[in-house]
Design a protein around this ligand. Structure first.
Ligand code: ISC
Length: 521
């Protein structure tokens, strides 16, 4: 194991894609000493623009260093720059491998500061447990389509988390700066340097949320005709095998007229989807030349959060459009409540989550069903809370147990996985997979990386899927997938007067509500 320190990241390591292929965990960076210092930001420094922080050059100035952003519906907002420690793994043991690397590093962490500003590891995992298959298939096939299908994920690995060198955390009206380094001197110097930088009057407090870059062309992995065939084949499997539900996805590659400003895009998403998570992950290796893409999105779905023994999760499955009038909106919601197909699709998810958590919890509560309204779509949601017994101590254990829930995979999991693998002509990469953070106590929070895309050079590749059960209609499911592309796609296309986008407007209180209308079922 490379014990040189996480700072080694800035001195360069192999591209993560190569590491992924070589099963080379040796060069992953899980330093055996880590020190962190925090200071509250006050006055103007407390109001700095997170977007500007994501865009600013890091201390090396010459190199683009890793950047992360994480924001929750509850109001916690974090940005991070640089890599103080990196944990990566691939294959079926990836959850345990990351946990082991992190335990070594967090076990050696010296930290003084409030809990909210503590160092955390941010990152995620791929939907499947390895990328190798997809990359190798693309290389073997060597067709434009196969290469294009995996291209957005070059530079990503099957599990990758970083503890940033610099973190700014905003929560409950306070803003904290945290600096992390291999020893106390480095952490203190870094804290001073970044504090001066952020307190400087020239550091932007407000940053424009920009305008959409514009779309030159779109390429689908799946035509409507191919989709209809895929759905019919899935339904046949449901009727003739043990498969009960499967979520099939599509990907849409969007050519951009201008460079995309991802932080500004996320800021616009915050305004339209204030009750969703927001994330940005750009784990690029500083000097490897393997810049990789920026994965970002505004997912509505929490996979799991763990705080001590308290666990919160939810079932989110079953979708309908928003109506043009309150009455039409309510009609769509009624269809969600009354449709046997939707209820079956949803209940399978809630039951699977219950079954996965019951063995490790001392109590579990499944709340009443609700309708979750987002600006462009509404969903059936069931909140689930549990108290852990003492067997599980790390949120990654829960993430491993829950991923993929049948809201993104299917039931039973093995049959669903096989169907997805044999059907989808692209790699899901990190789409529909866990994205979030954990800390040294094993607490953390993960969303499901839906309503997401990966930005590379002049393209953004979007992903969206739909849950299929025996009585699904291929054309309805096609429309549902297109609705799920919209959150990001709308932010790429310039707004046109009179379009559905402008009609939905910016009045979030009218267009996005969370957890309203609990349904006593
Ligand atoms: C698979 C996706 O959505 C999931 C989450 C909510 C509703 C879903 C549905 O109704 O099919 C999906 O299970 C996606 O957004 O790509």
């Amino acid at each position: 194991m490379n014990r040189t320190s996480g700072e080694g990241e800035l001195a360069g390591t192999a591209p993560s894609h190569d590491r992924d292929r070589n099963h080379d965990h040796d060069r992953t960076s899980s330093p055996s000493s880590l020190c962190s210092r925090s200071r509250e930001l006050t006055d103007a420094a407390a109001d700095i623009s997170f977007g500007a922080l994501l865009d600013t050059d890091t201390t090396t100035h010459t190199h683009h260093a890793a950047r992360i952003q994480w924001a929750t519906p509850g109001g916690l907002e974090i940005v991070g720059r640089g890599v103080a420690a990196r944990f990566t793994a691939t294959g079926p043991t990836r959850f345990d491998d990351v946990r082991e690397q992190a335990a070594r590093t967090f076990g050696a962490l010296e930290y003084d500061g409030p809990a909210v500003a503590r160092p955390r590891a941010f990152g995620g995992l791929s939907f499947h447990d390895s990328f190798e298959d997809a990359f190798e298939r693309a290389d073997d096939t060597n067709t434009d389509t196969a290469a294009a299908a995996t291209a957005p994920w070059r530079g990503f690995t099957a599990a990758s988390f970083v503890v940033p060198q610099v973190l700014v955390v905003r929560s409950d009206e306070t803003t904290w700066l945290t600096a992390v380094g291999p020893d106390a001197d480095t952490a203190t110097d870094r804290l001073d340097e970044w504090h001066d930088r952020l307190a400087d009057a020239s550091f932007p407090a407000m940053r424009s949320s920009g305008s959409p870059p514009g779309v030159t062309d779109t390429e689908r992995t799946t035509s409507r005709a191919a989709w209809v065939e895929q759905v019919e084949d899935a339904i046949e499997r449901i009727e003739t095998t043990a498969l009960r539900k499967v979520v099939l996805a599509q990907s849409l590659s969007v050519g951009l007229a201008d460079e995309i400003d991802v932080p500004a895009t996320l800021e616009r998403l915050r305004r339209r989807y204030p009750n969703c998570y927001r994330f940005l992950i750009d784990h690029s290796h500083a000097r490897s030349g393997d810049a990789g893409g920026t994965f970002f999105g505004a997912p509505p779905e929490r996979l799991v959060s763990k705080r001590g023994e308290r666990v919160e999760t939810e079932a989110l499955a079953g979708s309908a459009p928003r109506g043009e009038t309150p009455e039409a909106d309510e009609e769509f919601a009624d269809q969600l409540r009354d449709s046997e197909k939707v209820q079956h699709e949803h209940v399978l998810v809630a039951e699977a989550i219950r079954d996965q958590l019951t063995p490790v919890t001392s109590s579990l509560t499944i709340d009443d069903q609700q309708i979750r309204r987002l600006a462009t779509i509404q969903h059936v949601r069931t909140p689930i809370e549990a108290t852990l017994d003492d067997e599980v101590t790390h949120v990654l254990e829960l993430v491993e147990a829950l991923h993929p829930t049948p809201a993104v995979g299917g039931m039973p999991p093995d049959e669903a996985w096989k169907t997805i693998h044999e059907t989808e002509p692209f790699d899901r990469g990190w789409y529909a997979a866990p994205i979030g953070w954990f800390d040294g106590n094993g607490d953390g929070e993960f969303a499901v990386a839906l309503r997401s895309g990966v930005a590379t050079d002049d393209r953004v590749t979007l992903f969206a899927g739909s849950g299929l059960v025996a009585d699904s209609d291929p054309h309805d499911e096609w429309e549902e997938v297109q609705l799920k592309f919209r959150p990001i796609l709308d932010e790429l296309r310039p707004e046109e007067a009179g379009t559905a986008r402008s009609e939905r407007g910016s009045d979030q209180s009218a267009t996005e509500t969370d957890g309203e209308q609990p349904q006593p079922r």
